[in-house]
Write a protein that binds this ligand. Structure first.
Ligand code: GLV
Ligand code: MN
Ligand code: MN
Length: 421
């Protein structure tokens, strides 16, 4: 076995910034949009190609690949103890419908770069280290439920429910996974869920703090909680020219009243509450027809559970009070609790950042991540790097090559550290 006291630093030295950047650009071609972003929806052809590319890149180094029943992909570098639980690192390859080149894929490519660097440094770790691609992190982009792969892996949502999810065209996850499997010939199958020694997820911050503070590394302290609702409103279609206003049951007008009242409820002078209506659909969606149906979504997030409860529990009542003669149904389709990272993994990230002389700070995550599920099965932490103006879920999302490489260097050192415990 190697001298592990020197090994972590050696791994970081083998991170190759230009290779890491080039791989981002290679991945960005899979689903490239005219405005320079990426549309790579979960389990679509481009998402399958991204997985296949990783498997190919791993072959020259002898990394092996395995796919589980929900399509999570694991690229493994062996350790000296074949049966020891692996250390995992990774994120997601899927994007929002008009997403950027770094959200998700950075965590996958940083993990892969760390594996390559550790290999190039000739380091033998006790535990295997695996780069993970978690299926369908982006909820509502293609399939309704986000963090699909990591929540099934952690046992937070049943495999059967996940496989039955349908996209807008009625294709189930189970059907979509058939193409994913055939895009990965020779990749071994692995059962869902296994013992994990530790999990580390690298990600762009997706917010403006690191850039504003001039820091390269964010040591993530936790992830805020989120409650998501779908509001279905049924009124009555009618003629725009003839139906008197007092007789109308206009679902859009009801939606507007509800949204107005909800805006007031969620208004926060301290700007901590996050309240977003990202989807509003009306039917029949024709200029001369009073809309008889409306649907909108609420994405509400906050770091504190009591605030999530106090505000979120008022949504149904506010919608009922503003229904303007229509029927309203409020469905809460997702509820994730806030979590806090501490101990083994954040401590290892802090040590690596300090040893490498990188500017760093503690930072809380506003965005959700696969790490919030892995947190419940293994010691977990996250590394953030800055992104341009904090812009994300946007085709113009950007990040500096040097920052991406710095995050990968910290990750490489942390993975060696964790894999020798
Ligand atoms: C993940 O992309 C989220 O919406 O937080
Ligand atoms: Mn995202
Ligand atoms: Mn992401």
């Amino acid at each position: 076995m190697d001298d592990t006291s020197k090994a972590p630093g050696r791994a970081a030295e083998h991170v190759d910034e230009s290779r890491l950047w080039q791989r981002h650009m290679d991945m960005a071609r899979l689903g490239a949009t005219p405005k320079g972003g990426v549309r790579r929806l979960a389990l679509d052809d481009n998402d399958n190609k991204a997985r296949a590319l990783l498997v190919e890149w791993g072959k020259p180094r002898g990394f092996t690949a395995a796919l589980d029943p929900i399509g999570n992909l694991f690229i493994r570098r062996s350790g000296s103890e074949a049966t020891a639980a692996p250390v995992l690192s990774g994120s997601h390859t899927d994007t929002q419908p008009s997403g950027g080149r770094f959200d998700g894929i950075y965590g996958v490519l940083a993990a892969f770069e760390a594996l390559e660097a550790i290999d190039a440094a000739g380091i033998v770790t006790r535990r295997p280290i695996e780069a993970a691609v978690w299926t369908c992190e982006e909820g509502g982009a293609r399939f309704p439920t986000g963090t699909m792969g990591s929540s099934a892996f952690a046992g937070h949502r049943s495999l059967d429910l996940a496989l039955a999810d349908e996209d807008g065209a009625g294709t189930t996850v189970a059907e979509a996974l058939k193409s994913t499997r055939s895009a990965l010939p020779g990749v071994a199958e692995r059962p869902l869920g296994f013992e994990v020694a530790a999990f580390v997820e690298a990600h762009i911050e997706q917010g403006p703090i690191l850039e504003a503070e001039g820091k390269t590394i964010g040591i993530v302290t936790g992830i805020q909680g989120a409650r998501r609702f779908r509001i279905e409103i049924d009124g009555e279609d009618g003629h725009a020219g003839t139906m008197p206003h007092r007789k109308r049951r206009d679902a859009l007008k009801a939606a507007v009243s509800m949204i107005h009242a909800l805006e007031a409820l969620f208004d926060d002078p301290n700007d901590v509450v996050r309240f977003t209506i990202g989807r509003l659909v009306i039917k029949p969606d024709a200029p001369a027809v009073i809309p008889g149906h409306a649907m909108f979504t609420i994405d509400f997030r906050h770091p504190e559970e009591k605030v999530l409860a106090r505000l979120g529990d008022q949504v149904a009542g506010i919608c009922a009070a503003n229904r303007r003669g229509c029927e309203v149904k409020v469905v809460e389709y997702s509820n994730t609790k806030p979590i806090l990272f501490s101990g083994l993994v954040p401590d290892a990230i802090g040590r690596a950042a300090r040893r490498q002389g990188l500017s760093h700070m503690a930072i809380h995550s506003g965005a959700g991540h696969d790490a919030m599920h892995l947190f419940h099965v293994a010691p977990t932490g996250m590394i953030f790097v800055p992104c341009w103006r904090g812009i994300s879920h946007n085709e113009t999302e950007d990040a500096k090559s040097a920052d991406l490489a710095a995050g990968a260097r910290v990750l490489a050192e942390v993975l060696v550290d964790l894999a020798n415990r």
